[in-house]
Design a protein around this ligand. Structure first.
Ligand SMILES: NC(=O)c1ccc[n+]([C@@H]2O[C@H](COP(=O)([O-])OP(=O)(O)OC[C@H]3O[C@@H](n4cnc5c(N)ncnc54)[C@H](O)[C@@H]3O)[C@@H](O)[C@H]2O)c1
Length: 439
């Protein structure tokens, strides 16, 4: 069992402190608020939260949780500290780091006097880069020691929801953390052992970003449900019934499908159906804020890819994929066809490898080229041989994923710009000639 100090006895800190003590750890809660310290030491919960008063009473009576404002004593008596102070919005919307920075300075000053190794784990929600740019300098400056060597640093976000905080602590949807050093990584791994969810040990910045992604996703879900509800009501329908039915689909709707960063959506259904629902909303007096943003953002993703190709300076670009997704020759509202058409208009020479569209033309299929209304000379731009396409292109645009192209395109990226909108290989990240659209 570990000895842990928790800085900040707010919603996150007090729940973590109580649950850690319940699980057998020795916990010291540290705060600047004398009322909260007195409440805990008297066995009372400083916040209203289901199940917490009983839990605090029990763990304080058992002597496993105490509270103090004495930073040095808390650091000396524990092997790791959690930082769970508030990070309120600054007036410009940026994350407010003043409390986190102040606590890190306090902890650093105490570390100066502690010879033994100690891990500092930030649990507050802070934007990517904050641990490195704010917390570590504050800790190093005050301690005179080197992070990752003389003391440990980690970032381990909390995902609990108030009102179900203890339940969420016990059954989290995910655990993610980043650690600068092995002792902190091992400490966090051991602490989370036995939980029924996946544990993601990643780099600190990724862990910071996952926390914001999670909260923003929750916010987008609320806004989406509200917008559907508003549109449904204006059409005389019960929006909650509509959303309950949608949520019953855990295969596609409520799954990882369509959740992979990449290129714009297109095809014969999504663009026209989003437009139609947006039109229905407008005609019934509902402003479809989110649907407007969806259409704008999708358009911006095409513009982003166009800028990447233009920035490469290439005059001859080989497209790998032109249909709206791999495995089909359907070109209706294909964002790749739209992208190719824009580049052609700007004077870029575009040749295209797409085995499905090529096959449709080669077999004189009557529907070949179906849905293409943006590239008039599409058949003459088709190339059936990927090697030839690579040889005559000064840049490659990877639009669709075809297994047989991975190896030759990975090699091609060594010698010329490759703009990847789908990700040829999970291990590839933007570097040198190779640029992924969102990785
Ligand atoms: N509330 C939630 O449901 C929730 C869930 C997940 C993550 N978070 C994040 O966790 C962090 C904490 O949130 P919260 O709602 O628990 O905050 P809170 O405002 O309830 O509590 C923060 C505590 O920190 C204390 N504090 C401030 N300066 C201090 C110092 N120098 N030393 C010691 N203690 C100090 C305050 O007195 C207060 O008790 C935030 O970054 C928040 O975004 C919150």
């Amino acid at each position: 069992m570990a000895k842990i100090s928790v800085f900040g006895i707010g919603y996150v800190g007090v729940v973590a402190a109580a649950c850690l003590a319940r699980d057998g750890h020795q916990v010291i809660a540290v705060d600047v608020d004398p009322g909260k310290i007195a409440a805990i030491n008297a066995g009372r919960s400083p916040i209203v939260e289901n199940g917490l008063p009983e839990l605090i009473q029990k763990v304080v009576a058992a002597g496993r949780l105490t509270a103090t404002d004495d930073v040095q004593a808390a650091i000396d008596a524990t092997e790791a500290s959690f930082v769970a102070v508030g990070t309120p919005s600054a007036p410009d919307g940026s994350v407010g780091l003043s409390y986190v920075e102040a606590v890190c300075r306090n902890i650093g000053a105490a570390l100066r006097n502690k010879p033994a190794f100690h891990s500092v784990v930030i649990r507050s929600t802070i934007v990517p880069g904050s641990t490195e740019k704010t917390c570590i300098p504050a800790l190093e400056g005050a301690s005179g020691k080197v992070a990752g060597k003389d003391f440990g640093v980690g970032y381990y976000p909390e995902f609990l929801r108030e009102s179900t905080a203890i339940e969420d602590y016990d059954a989290p949807g995910l655990i993610v953390f980043g650690a600068m050093d092995m002792p902190t990584r091992q400490f966090l791994t051991a602490l989370n052992e036995g939980l029924g969810c996946k544990i993601h040990a990643v780099d600190i910045r990724t862990a910071e970003m996952v926390k914001y992604t999670s909260n923003t996703w929750r916010a987008v879900k609320v806004t989406f449900a509200n917008e559907i509800g508003n549109i449904a009501k204006a059409s005389g329908l019960d929006g909650q019934t509509v959303m309950e039915i949608l949520c019953s689909d855990t295969t596609v709707a409520m799954s990882k499908y369509f959740m992979r960063p990449g290129f714009a959506f297109g095809g014969s259904c999504l663009p026209k159906d989003v437009r139609a629902l947006r039109h229905l909303a407008g005609s019934t007096g509902v402003t479809p804020h989110l649907l407007n943003a969806v259409i704008d953002a999708n358009e911006a993703q095409i513009a982003r890819a166009e800028a990447m190709v233009i920035d490469s300076g290439a005059k001859n670009v080989g497209f790998v994929g032109i249909s709206f997704k791999p495995g089909t020759d359907d070109l209706r509202e294909s964002p790749l066809a739209e992208l190719a058409a824009r580049l052609i208009k700007k004077g870029v020479e575009v040749d295209i490898y797409d085995p499905y569209v090529f096959e449709a033309y080669a077999s004189r299929n009557s529907t070949a080229g179906r849905g293409n209304d943006v590239i008039p000379d599409l058949p003459s731009r088709m190339e059936g041989d990927l090697g030839r396409l690579i040889d005559r292109s000064d840049a490659i645009l990877v639009g669709n994923f075809y297994k047989e192209t991975v190896e030759p395109l990975t090699r091609a990226a060594e010698g010329r710009p490759v703009v990847d909108l789908t990700r040829l290989n999970r291990k590839m990240v933007s570097e040198g000639h190779y640029q992924g659209i969102c990785w």
